[in-house]
Design a protein around this ligand. Sequence first.
Ligand code: HEM
Ligand code: SF4
Ligand code: SF4
Length: 384
Amino acid sequence: MQQLEALSREAARLAGGAPSAAEAEAARVMQICNACRYCEGFCAVFPAMTRRLEFGRADVHYLANLCHNCGSCLHACQYAPPHEFMLNVPRAMARVRGETYVNYAWPQALGVLYKRNGATVAVALAGALALFLLLGLVMKGTLWGAIGGGNFYAVFPHNLLVGLFGPVFLFAVLALGIGVSRFWSGQSPGPASGAAIGEAAHDALRLKYLGGGHGEGCNNEDDAFSLARRRYHHFTFYGFMLCFAATCVATLYHYAFGWHAPYALTSLPVLLGTVGGVGLIIGPAGLLWLNRARHPLQGAPEQRAMDMGLIVLLLLVSATGLALLAWRDSAAMALLLALHLGTVMALFLTLPYGKFAHGIYRGAALLKWNTEKRQPSRLKLGDD
Ligand code: HEM
Ligand code: SF4
Ligand code: SF4
């Protein structure tokens, strides 16, 4: 109870206080949009905006995480640069979104890792790769040759892997959980109904707001609509989920049934991992290509390194995982295993301090929107 109260006090502190330059810009932008309302049908940000007359810190934190950076309102806007209003909603929202990750981070001091995210990912990757390469060399003397004929635990014992990955993964869950609870406590959206939770999950799983107002897609390099970003994100998201499911099934096999890896190519964990791994190649490769072609006014240029960090890590995880599967009976197995484990560890280490946070915070903002829209508008101006 005391911890909950402390959390609420902390959230109130973060949601109150003087606005930062990015928050002030997002509030300015929303004031102009609230008078114009041309983009009302594009996404949830605009109908959520019309329920407000003022945009305090908690409001802009919410709207920034509700924005999917689809670019539609930038390309449609008559006040966008070079107009003197210099209105750029996706950029203003991206900057505040980045600040929310930093401010709500737990432990707070590590929030700085979001700001220098390219370096953070590079250091985590180099450190984790070095750890597994060295561990393998120290324990086995070599990472080449017939070390165990596809038997991964002959290289790195199962308990060692559980001891290394378990705490790092649990820490990531805890850190992201505390961060998003702080964000949520500052929002006070009221109780979420089952219907609101269901619709929020639906919006997140279908990436509704990367579909544009009429489902024709978002903008990338220009004002043409495309569903490519949504589709490549689906490959990425569902590929990631399938790989995660493969790990969960393998853990169940190990502890509940005593069936130990390596598993047959036709077994459930290998099938899930293979399909997921292929999705996790196609998706991030497509997102990488789209990211590089994106219109320079979309999003915040200083966050490109953070976007790239997650894309590159996901690509490395899937590429090394599939290579390990292909050559698991060869002399390269131990080396490939060390490389794969190193990249997975780097991903786990950076989960709470990188682009991955967007999924958690956007999920919370979608839940708030789906809760809020079921309540009568506080403005009583005839909104739904
Ligand atoms: C609630 C779940 C999620 C939602 C609503 C969501 C939504 C989005 C949206 C709207 C974007 C494009 C805008 C932006 O760059 O921020 C994006 C980008 C991205 N997402 Fe997700 N996401 C979710 C979960 C995930 C997960 C689980 C992964 C993979 C582990 C993932 C990987 C990525 C990557 C790599 C990008 C960067 C692509 C780029 O630079 O355009 N997302 N996500
Ligand atoms: S982005 Fe521009 S066109 Fe769209 S609502 Fe705001 S001011 Fe109007
Ligand atoms: S960029 Fe897209 S998601 Fe964000 S406010 Fe504009 S239309 Fe909505």
